[in-house]
Design a protein around this ligand. Structure first.
Ligand SMILES: C[S@@+](CC[C@H](N)C(=O)[O-])C[C@H]1O[C@@H](n2cnc3c(N)ncnc32)[C@H](O)[C@@H]1O
Length: 263
């Protein structure tokens, strides 16, 4: 699997660059926190409920805006991300705002092996699975990090979106639904030239088999018609902050939400 390791390493270099670019432009996700608010949507808040005193592992925490928001609500937060500039920025923000949280620089599968049975929740949101080549390994590492009875909250891009591309008259099928172990290389649509990512598609069946096989029992699964980002060209940003398909398009899910319990 060294080619997958190489791909993850190359994504890490990409994310180091993206963090630096985002910080120069003032990371949008941080503005709410900076203004004294929370960088959380009602969707995840509704599932998590009262987090006060709970131990939460936030996977792929980026620059920590959501991690620090949950810490502000009283959770004992640990954020993990493989991008060093992101983690440095998250630690600075934690100090600057006086919100305690632990930030750990590491790969979300290989480096959480030591996190055993400690967390009430593992939370992973808005841009997760496509960076993970091996879903079974991720699900096992996630299960190990949870206390018995602890829960996973995963909110992510629906795999339907991998299949489709935007078009003025509606989406067209342009990608693969099924997983390919080598991943797919994408040129990023950014003003900076030459930035490439390697991303992996995972079907809902892959997710179900990996998580249930690891001992995570699904208690809630939703396929949602909105997105936190314009994941397909042509989506419309509505006043509640969610992107949705135009009314004349066929209806299909843009996000999914999974809550699963460690047994
Ligand atoms: C789309 S961002 C999501 C950040 C955060 N959830 C948010 O909404 O702001 C994806 C994050 O995952 C991190 N990442 C990607 N692949 C990773 C991996 N294999 N291990 C750890 N972190 C990873 C990146 O550095 C980046 O910060």
């Amino acid at each position: 699997m060294s080619s997958q390791r190489d791909a993850v390493r190359s994504n890490r270099i990409l994310w180091d660059q993206l963090t630096q670019i985002n910080q120069q432009e003032t990371d949008e996700s941080y503005l709410e926190l900076q203004a004294g608010g929370l960088c959380l949507r009602n969707l995840e808040r509704g599932v998590l409920g009262d987090v006060s005193g709970l131990f939460i592992l936030h996977q792929m925490c980026g620059t920590g805006a959501q991690t620090l928001s949950l810490a502000k609500l009283g959770a004992e937060m640990t954020g993990i991300d493989f991008s060093e500039p992101s983690i440095r920025c998250a630690r600075d923000r934690s100090q600057q705002h006086g919100i305690p949280a632990t930030f750990f620089c590491g790969e979300v599968v290989e480096d959480i092996v030591g996190f055993s049975n400690g967390f009430d929740w593992v939370v992973a949101m808005y841009g997760v699975l496509r960076w993970i080549p091996d879903l079974t390994a991720w699900a096992c590492a996630t299960r190990r990090a949870l206390k018995p009875g602890g829960r996973l909250l995963l909110i992510d891009r629906h795999p339907m979106v991998n299949l489709l591309t935007g078009n003025p008259t509606g989406p067209i099928v342009a990608g693969d639904y099924y997983h390919a172990s080598q991943g797919t290389e994408w040129e990023l649509d950014l003003p900076q030239d030459g930035l490439h990512s390697i991303e992996w598609a995972h079907s809902i069946a892959d997710l179900m088999m990996a998580t249930t096989g690891a001992g995570l029992v699904w208690s809630r699964f939703e396929e949602l018609p909105m997105s936190h980002e314009p994941s397909i060209q042509g989506l419309i940003l509505e006043s509640d902050g969610w992107w949705r398909t135009p009314p004349e398009w066929p209806r299909f899910p843009l996000l999914f939400l999974l809550e699963a319990k460690a047994v």
